[in-house]
Design a protein around this ligand. Structure first.
Ligand code: NBG
Length: 842
């Protein structure tokens, strides 16, 4: 493993060494990179090459790549801060950024992949192994956080000046381990081996205050002033991670805040000898950015969660104000230079905080401040599920943020005056629109705050936006219809095709050139004529087969199971939730099992490998029980000599971005089977389709648009649509009746209920069985027959290889619209009114 290029320059004179060093700095060539990796080992990690661990090699390469990103970043800053600039900057505020590992993506975007591979191989290392060493930052739960990361990639790739603002959680989403078939949670210590991507700015810090009281006074100018006398304060420190665009010089920053104690804050405690009291204070301050909250758990009582939200928002807005003033601009024109996007309601407190900064701290008039706030902010809604709509008890809110509660009341008072003026006598309407929920205990409704404080509100898929207007935000829509618009989600083709599916990428590039990576929507259509070309089909199948082989090896490694790579890879990976209906998938599996058993294996059936993956919120008992059901059914099927020949079931533990990168490219069938009306958009559905998987799905979220794009004949549709779900309920839906009338369904449910998958234990799955038979909130039984029959068609279609391959190719060719570049262009045009920077190609 002795590096060939180790310190050539040492043999030269000092001057020569310096010049070599300078050349290496900006080198895009393999030897320059290799030399720098050796330098980094030595000067950043203090290691000799032959003592270096795999992590050291990864770190050394990461630093070399980061350096090249920083060149782009400095160039971007120079442009944005030029004295005559009128650039508007997008501030994407999000409690989650699920970026995935950075190294591979950085190499793709910077165009350094081949050089880095050559460099590492000259040093005796395989680039793929080095890349695999990186531990991903799990700073998000699922789709919402991953969407934020895709959008950051597109913003840079489209040369839009942007900052992603969020929280640097010390512990991200938990790691999932499966023990005895159950999910167990392990803390995610992603920072344990260091993080070479972030740059700490110890000088970019802000104080964030909490609690206390407020005091009114009248200033010398006769103006009413409100002072907030907080009880405590913490400091937010900026940690920046560069986000390079694809083959462009534009590099933006993801700026994440870490909470620290303000050193001088509790000096008194030191003076009176309460040393440990002071230390405790420090520990408490730091807990604010300690841990990411898993979603799908009641948050209403979580004081720390509200503190996190305010902490992140306050640091970010203070930072924007500082940068704005640094650029020599006036606060009156803040909205002309900043577009603040609220990613769901988690950062909705920004509306009140921006008002506070403008009115209390910078002494603008309320009306003007309100105008600026509304023009600056826009809000994206990501869910209609009532339990996921954030609201905070007024008492908790007022104790933590007394000044903000006053501001919320004042916003509400003015807003409701306007409502009453336009709709006199409609008290119920005013109650429904109010920022304060007064039915029973009083709550601050964060979605209402975000809606009132924004000039644009968007849903994340066409169906979702329509439902948003008809349900949760119906009254707001009637009140201000023009504020509402749809921006269908998208995913970045850089990470989700170029990086994770290199074989498919090079096949596509060989046929249509490489412009698709940046112009997916336009270019992918050029694949359509190839869909029926036998030669191309053959190559397409070979790529899929190789990806399946690679996944099979991964499954063997992680789940100790051998799977048949010729079989149909039928995949459902996403968070565990009843509305996503992993248990509907399980009912299908049990049905297949029963058919095989009945016919002693003679039933003609397309061999399948059914793959699950996903985390359940630690406190969501039903979701955890569904995991147990999947693993229990898998055990029975996989062990049975008859069934396991044609059917295998695997639960891949710890689904995350890295695992996703292995799974999407290997899928034949994508399961998008949520109850219609429940999945706002979905983004996994897009990743699958881009990688040539065909979807079996309901008319929910973005499935509707995916089906429109790929054509109904290339999409397996089943189930009730959203309107039918409502009608079925209204007509007194009885799941038990469905159960009684469908023999296969009854047989499947009875096996679960009778303890067949739980060693005779009839209680284990009882809550799940009862919930399906008694209420069936998610219409699992209602959609069962349609799903099972549709799966039958899938199996038959897969048996026709050339027809299936054509479907697969057409899926890829026609889903270019779901590139996040298209989404970001729409945000720029319709919501932010920003135009790209002029950038050179990187
Ligand atoms: C999720 C939705 C998904 C959607 C993502 C991104 C939340 C609150 N919502 O359907 O469930 O794709 O957001 O928009 O996480």
């Amino acid at each position: 493993m002795t590096p060939k290029v180790a310190h050539e320059s040492e043999s030269k004179g000092t001057h020569g060494a310096q010049i070599d060093h300078e050349r290496a700095r900006s080198s895009r060539e393999a030897d320059g990179i290799a030399r720098e990796v050796i330098d980094n080992l030595r000067y950043l990690l203090a290691k000799l090459p032959h003592h270096a661990t795999r992590n050291d090699w990864y770190m050394a390469l990461a630093y070399a790549v980061r350096k090249r990103m920083l060149d782009g970043y400095i160039a971007t800053v120079e442009q944005v801060s030029a004295p005559d600039t009128s650039t508007k900057i997008v501030a994407y505020l999000s409690a989650e950024f699920l970026t995935g590992p950075h190294l591979g993506n950085g190499l793709v975007n910077l165009g350094l992949w081949d050089a880095a591979r050559e460099a590492m191989s000259s040093l005796g290392h395989d680039l793929a192994n080095v890349i695999d060493q990186e531990e991903e930052p799990g700073l998000g739960n699922g789709g919402l956080g991953r969407l934020a990361a895709c959008y950051m990639d597109s913003l840079s790739s489209l040369n839009v000046a942007a900052v992603g603002y969020g929280i640097r959680y010390e512990f991200g989403i938990f790691d999932q381990v499966i023990r005895d078939g159950w999910q167990d949670e392990v803390t995610d210590k992603w920072l344990r081996f260091g993080n070479p991507w972030e740059i700490v700015h110890s000088d970019v810090t802000y104080d964030v205050q909490f609690g206390g009281t407020t005091r009114q006074s009248v200033g010398a100018d006769g103006r009413l002033r409100v002072d907030w006398l907080p009880a405590k304060a913490v400091k937010g420190v900026a940690y920046d991670t560069p986000v390079p665009g694809y083959r462009t010089s534009t590099t933006n920053m993801l700026r994440l805040w870490k909470a620290e104690a303000i050193e001088s804050f509790n000096f008194d405690a030191f003076n009176v000898g309460d040393y440990y009291g002071a230390v405790e204070e420090k520990v408490l301050s730091e807990t604010i950015s300690k841990v990411l909250y898993p979603n799908d758990e009641p948050a209403a009582g979580r004081r720390l969660r509200l503190a996190q939200q305010y902490f992140m928002v306050s640091c970010s807005l203070q930072d924007m104000v500082r940068l704005h003033l640094m650029r020599g601009k006036r606060l009156e024109e803040f909205h002309e230079y900043w577009a603040v996007q609220l990613n769901d309601t988690h950062p909705a407190i920004a509306v009140a905080e921006l008002m506070r900064l403008l009115v209390d701290e910078h002494l603008l008039e309320w009306e003007q401040a309100w105008d600026i706030t509304q023009q600056t902010c826009a809000y994206t809604n990501h869910t209609l599920l009532p339990e996921a709509l954030e609201k905070w008890p007024v008492s908790l809110f007022g104790t933590l943020l007394p000044r903000h509660l006053e501001i919320v009341y004042e916003i509400n008072r003015r807003f409701l005056d306007e409502v009453r003026r336009l709709h006199p006598g409609e008290d119920q309407l005013a109650r429904r629109l109010s920022l304060i929920d007064e039915d029973g205990d009083r709550y601050v409704r964060m979605a209402h705050l975000a809606t009132v404080g924004s000039h644009a509100i968007n849903g994340v898929a066409a169906l979702h936006t329509d439902l948003l207007k008809q349900t949760v935000l119906r009254d707001f829509h009637q009140f201000a219809p023009r504020k509402f618009l749809n921006v269908t989600n998208g995913v970045t083709p850089r990470r989700w095709i170029a990086l994770s599916n290199p074989a498919l990428s090079s096949l596509i590039t060989r046929h249509i050139g490489d412009r698709w990576v940046a112009a997916t929507e336009h270019e992918f259509h050029r694949l359509e004529p190839l869909a029926v070309d036998p030669g191309f089909q053959h190559e397409w199948r070979e790529v899929k087969a190789a990806n399946k082989q690679a996944l099979a090896e991964f499954i063997k490694d992680r789940a100790a199971l051998e799977v048949d790579v010729q079989s149909l890879f039928d995949v459902q990976v996403k968070r565990l939730h009843e509305y996503k209906r992993q248990h509907l998938n399980v009912l299908h599996l049990i049905t297949l099992y029963n058919r095989l058993k009945r016919t002693r294996g003679a039933a003609t059936m397309t061999p399948r490998t059914v793959i699950f993956g996903g985390k359940a919120a630690p406190g969501y008992r039903m979701a955890k029980l569904i995991i147990k059901l999947i693993t229990a059914v898998a055990d029975v099927i996989n062990r049975d000599a008859v069934t396991s020949r044609v059917l295998k079931v695997v639960f891949v533990p710890d689904f995350n971005v890295k695992v996703g990168q292995r799974i999407y490219p290997a899928a034949d069938l994508s399961e998008q089977i949520s109850t219609a009306g429940k999945e706002a958009s979905g983004t996994g559905n897009m990743k699958f389709a881009m990688n040539g998987a065909v979807t079996i799905g309901t008319l929910d979220g973005a499935n509707v648009e995916i089906r429109e794009e790929v054509g109904p004949q290339n999409f397996f549709l089943f189930g009730l649509n959203e309107a039918e779900v409502g009608q079925t309920r209204a007509q007194g839906y009885s799941p038990r009746r469905v159960y009684e009338q469908d023999d296969e369904l009854r047989e499947a449910i009875d096996l679960i209920g009778d303890g067949f998958f739980s060693d005779g234990d009839r209680d284990l799955f009882r809550p799940l069985v009862d919930s399906m038979l008694d209420r069936d909130d998610y219409m699992v039984l209602a959609d069962y027959r349609s799903y099972v029959d549709c799966q039958q068609q899938v199996g038959e279609a897969y048996a026709n290889r050339s027809q299936w391959t054509a479907m697969s190719i057409l899926n890829t060719a026609r889903v270019g619209r779901f590139s996040s570049d298209r989404s970001i262009r729409e945000y720029c045009r319709d919501i932010w009114q920003v135009t790209p920077l002029i950038a050179s190609r990187g």
